[in-house]
Design a protein around this ligand. Sequence first.
Ligand SMILES: [Zn+2]
Length: 116
Amino acid sequence: MHELALVEAMIHAVTEEVDRAGVTGPVRDIYLGMGPLACAGPDAIRETFALLASGTRAAGATLHIKRSALNFTCGDCGASGALAEPFDPCPRCGGAVLHLDGAREIQLLSIDVETD
Ligand SMILES: [Zn+2]
């Protein structure tokens, strides 16, 4: 249940963020960036969110999930950029030792909060 931990951390980040901003209204929209290799699909994330968010400031918020680009750093030549396919070789040196940055992560991009 990998997505459980991811979603739990995300909700925690959201509630911390609105608390720090001193916002009192409910969270309306949450924008997430999802790494291309994140193992959970958007539907699983939404379902898990609906379960875990109940009773928190984030309850009832709409999740907007965007797949982020596949950013890599080459372990051979140090080149970095975005790959088209997860298993492509390094476009500069052809090396296969690529570190994919955040490819399995879910990032919190922004939050919209009800203000009135
Ligand atoms: Zn390279």
